[in-house]
Write a protein that binds this ligand. Structure first.
Ligand code: PEP
Ligand code: MN
Length: 371
């Protein structure tokens, strides 16, 4: 069944406040949610909080209940950690954020006055769990953000928003944390930017936060993904931060130190609304970011194509068959010219491009055959 965007749009239309919580913060920079993947000890939670206190960080995050792939891994400190988050608020004035994954979590988090709750990627996939959380949150004035589901399914993501909006929750937003793939990529969770762009286009008033930590899984890739997100007009970033990332109890390789976070915030190119050219620059950067994403995909796909060519080379070598097979090649060309036409590409361009691709493919195969 096609997702009925109209219903959700109607619900959203009546919620002029949708963006209100973000606008009310009157920030001159993107919203920043930072803090450790997991609350580990009271000292750890407070130390990181104090190091983040006088920075651009708006909400201090710490996972209290951790959804882990396998049993026996560190599953979070539980309700005890909520007391530490209260201390963070008292001692630093920062607002707090944590993940909730069932009604019991919601009850405890609300009792401890956590300011922002998010639904994790592994929960968004489950309509029963999302409904349970929405029911437990009914009418709350806390900010509720929904991470994308682990699978690249926009309707499922929006379905969760619809459940929350229907539960009369007004301060809503989404977190883009990337998607699982069977195939290994350079990302921990593939960003599938097009999906986030589609969501933004359909619901421009729904705040969207990027989570480069869970997208990349590697701290040295966090800056680039953050910059892409800002170029795509994301409203904020959620970045996992720990004073001793390598020894963190979860997600060690993707956390950055407070010092690095501050540097990242300094180096990010942020568009200021006051710039008279702001609108033009914003649109230009947005389109350029989209082109960069597609260019990366093209290179990625060409790499895959050449891998397949290598395997064909190995087979041909076994069978002692010639590299060049004109009949097959002419078939490919004919099909691609037609495909290209339907996408507005000229025959001349498609022929040139495929000749170049074919030549590279032949080079690959010859290399394999000649050892
Ligand atoms: C997290 O934010 O620590 C977390 C568990 O994220 P996700 O739901 O994106 O995996
Ligand atoms: Mn994490």
């Amino acid at each position: 069944m096609e997702f009925n965007f109209e219903i959700l749009l109607k619900i959203m239309e009546n919620k002029k406040e949708l963006r209100g919580w973000l606008d009310d913060l009157k920030l001159d920079h993107p919203l920043v949610i930072a803090g450790p993947c997991s609350a580990e000890t009271e000292e750890q939670v407070l130390r990181i909080a104090h190091e983040l206190k006088d920075t651009d960080v708006n909400y201090y995050r710490a996972g209290i209940w951790k959804p882990r792939t396998r049993p026996g891994m560190f599953e979070g400190v539980g309700a005890l950690g909520l007391k530490w988050l209260q201390k963070v608020k008292d001692e630093t004035g920062m607002k707090t954020a944590t993940e909730v994954a069932n009604a019991a979590h919601v009850k405890l988090a609300l009792e401890h006055d956590v300011d922002l709750l998010w639904i994790g990627a592994r929960s968004t996939v489950s309509p029963f769990i999302v409904q349970e959380i929405a029911d437990a949150l009914q009418g709350t004035d806390k900010i509720i953000l929904v991470k994308n589901p682990v699978n690249p399914d926009l309707p499922l993501w929006l379905g969760a928003i619809e459940r929350l909006a229907t539960a009369n929750i007004k301060k809503l937003g989404v977190i883009h944390r990337g998607f699982s793939t069977y195939e290994k990529t350079k990302y921990r969770n593939n960003p599938e930017w097009q999906l986030a762009i589609e969501l933004q286009t359909k619901f421009p008033d729904l705040p969207i936060i990027n989570d480069p930590s869970h997208i990349t899984g590697k701290r040295d890739m966090i800056f680039d993904v953050s910059q892409t997100a800002l170029d795509l007009n994301f409203d904020g970033l959620m970045i996992e931060t720990h004073f001793d990332p390598d020894n963190a109890w979860s997600d060690a390789s993707q956390q950055v130190t407070p010092k690095v976070l501050i540097q990242i915030m300094k180096d990010l190119k942020i568009k200021k609304e006051s710039d008279p050219e702001a609108d033009y620059n914003k649109q230009l950067d947005n389109l350029r970011a989209q082109i960069d994403i597609v260019d990366n995909q093209i290179i990625d796909l060409l790499g895959k194509r050449m891998k397949a060519a290598d395997s064909i080379g190995a087979l041909k070598k076994q069978k002692n068959v010639a590299v060049l097979q004109s009949k097959r090649w002419n078939e490919i060309l004919g099909k691609m010219v037609l495909e290209g036409e339907s996408k507005g590409l000229s025959e001349e361009f498609v022929l040139k491009m495929f000749k170049a691709i074919h030549q590279e493919s032949i080079n690959h195969q010859e290399k394999i055959i000649n050892g």
